[in-house]
Design a protein around this ligand. Structure first.
Ligand code: HEC
Ligand code: HEC
Ligand code: HEC
Length: 451
């Protein structure tokens, strides 16, 4: 898995110019957001659940490595940042860390030795964790995680990014929100729960909020104007989760919860980083929590959420192929008539794709995603669409939907011009309205052979 987390390009300017001035000012540590009694104990399983919701495993486990033993390379524009060993091994992990030191890492981005962490560790979001969850996580990492002796590679960014104290200036600008969770007013209890999960542990904004000039998240709280308004991660669009055209508003709450828990629903499939979020984190949440996230997202733009008791029923959906909706009728008709002078793009679609995704562009529920109105198809970043056509894609098995969904790639069957014509057709078909793709775009993705 490649996690390309972007950090502050402007860190250089802020960090070095201002850096020396405050290098000797002591760091501020926030402390607990709520005072809990000393003998407070987490409920059975609370820490492990908070770990799943926060996806600590994803970044702190190397491919083929032991859980939480660190050593995953995280690409950043300034060089590779290595995730650390967070098992309770006293020498190479965090076994000797106190609760206060652990909290400071999560909420303030400060290590036990007082140095600043790079914001590749999403402390902007974990700052919202409740004190209960911080304590539960600490308890889990100290007592339930197996200690693993594993000295990870030291992060060595080039000058000036190697000067960790420079991050202090960045934190002054990016970390202005209070520690702990503040629910929005006038919301239902379930929306509040959703708000907590989205803002805090599940750190959706780390990918789905845009970034500002300092590369900090432009929108970390539900009350921020650009919260979840869409971001770009490693060449992929993490689409906007608000506004009339967003999945959050167009899909009903049960479909949204199904997407989060299983990586598929009647509209779309989760690929790239989102597939990993589903696999490592969201599939482990309760139905109520995935519904709470859906309810919160609906409510963010003021829509009421009609919540079902559960979703993704055990029996599979045996639904007939759907007709195109109004916007898609013209494309459906053109493909059905298949006139001899039909352009290359739609012809390639009929020959290679229509058997599964249908002339309606509607696909088949939970198996073949819709291409009409699909944000992977219409995104400003074209690499994901080209990559799916060239290399295929797959959705992992999850507890509720064990079947692996696989689409084969077409790299050997189509040249760059053909892929460009096909992709451009998809981006205009069925009422989609996105700019064309060029053969040069395709050549770039073919060279990479990733995803
Ligand atoms: C998006 C990736 C990502 C996620 C998710 C993540 N971390 Fe981290 N974490 C990192 C990186 C990268 C570092 C090292 C940063 C650096 O060297 O400045 C780090 C550092 C840390 C440190 C400091 C350890 C040390 O020895 O310096 C702790 C503690 C920590 N993470 C705990 C957690 C916990 C607990 C979770 C889940 C609640 C979590 N992390 C989730 C990327 C992540
Ligand atoms: C590590 C980055 C990352 C995180 C964290 C993340 N997402 Fe995503 N998300 C993505 C990417 C990338 C896509 C696009 C996936 C695709 O095109 O198949 C996506 C797609 C989605 C979609 C489909 C949107 C559409 O218009 O098709 C939804 C819904 C979604 N994410 C919700 C969430 C929620 C809710 C959270 C937090 C619980 C979250 N995501 C956390 C990266 C992320
Ligand atoms: C044999 C059936 C089959 C054929 C033929 C097929 N696909 Fe797919 N396609 C799938 C499946 C299954 C998925 C879900 C896998 C995934 O998204 O990871 C999928 C996913 C996609 C996605 C991603 C959608 C999303 O929501 O993330 C796109 C885009 C796509 N296909 C386009 C095409 C194009 C273009 C063609 C023709 C070149 C094609 N497919 C041919 C089965 C097929």
């Amino acid at each position: 898995m490649k996690k390309s987390l972007r950090i502050v390009a402007a860190l250089a300017a802020v960090g070095v110019v201002g850096g020396l001035a405050f290098a000797f000012v002591p760091t501020q540590i926030t402390g607990p957001s709520t005072q809990l009694p000393d003998d407070w104990k987490p409920a059975e399983g609370q820490g492990k659940y908070a770990m799943y919701a926060s996806d600590c495993m994803a970044c702190h486990t190397a491919d083929g490595g032991k859980s939480f033993a660190g050593g995953r390379a995280i690409a950043s524009p300034m060089g590779t940042i290595w995730s650390t060993n967070i098992t309770p091994d006293p020498e190479t992990g965090i076994g000797n860390w106190t609760l206060d030191q652990f909290r400071a890492a999560l909420q303030d981005g400060i290590r036990a030795d007082g140095a600043h962490l790079y914001p590749a560790m999403p402390y902007e979001n974990y700052r919202k964790l409740t004190e209960e969850d911080v304590r539960a996580l600490y308890d889990y990492f100290m007592h339930e995680v197996e200690p693993v002796q594993n000295k990870v590679e030291e992060t060595k960014l080039s000058f000036p990014f190697n000067m960790r104290f420079g991050i202090r200036a960045w934190n002054w600008l990016a970390l202005t929100h209070d520690a702990g969770f503040t629910p929005a007013t006038g919301k239902t209890e379930i929306e509040e729960r959703g708000q907590y999960l989205v803002e805090g542990p599940a750190h959706c904004a780390a990918c789905h909020s845009p970034r500002n000039a300092l590369m900090a998240q432009d929108g970390v709280s539900a009350s921020d104007a650009n919260f979840l308004a869409g971001g770009v991660v490693g060449g992929w669009n993490a689409p906007s989760l608000r506004g009339p055209n967003s999945a959050a508003q167009k899909w009903d709450a049960a479909d949204m919860a199904a997407y989060l828990a299983t990586g598929r629903n009647i509209h779309s499939t989760a690929n790239g980083e989102m597939g990993l979020v589903v696999q490592h984190s969201l599939q482990h949440l309760t139905d109520q929590d995935n519904l709470a996230i859906a309810a919160f997202l609906k409510g963010l733009d003021g829509a009421p959420a009609d919540l079902p008791e559960s979703f993704a029923a055990k029996e599979s959906l045996a639904m007939p192929a759907l007709d195109a909706d109004e916007a898609g009728k013209e494309t459906e008709k053109m493909l059905t008539e298949a006139a001899p002078d039909m352009a290359l793009g739609p012809r390639l679609y009929l020959d290679n794709c229509a058997a599964c995704h249908f002339v309606s562009g509607k696909g088949a529920p939970e198996i073949f995603p819709e291409l009409a109105g699909n944000h992977l198809v219409t995104g400003s970043e074209v690499e994901p669409l080209i990559s799916v056509i060239l290399n295929g894609a797959q959705v992992p098995s999850t507890a509720k939907r064990p079947m692996h969904l696989v689409m084969q790639g077409y790299a050997d069957r189509m040249n760059d011009d053909e892929v460009a014509e096909l992709a451009s057709f998809l981006r205009k078909g069925w009422g989609n309205d996105a700019a064309a793709v060029t053969a040069a775009d395709v050549a770039k993705v073919r060279e990479k052979q990733v995803h």
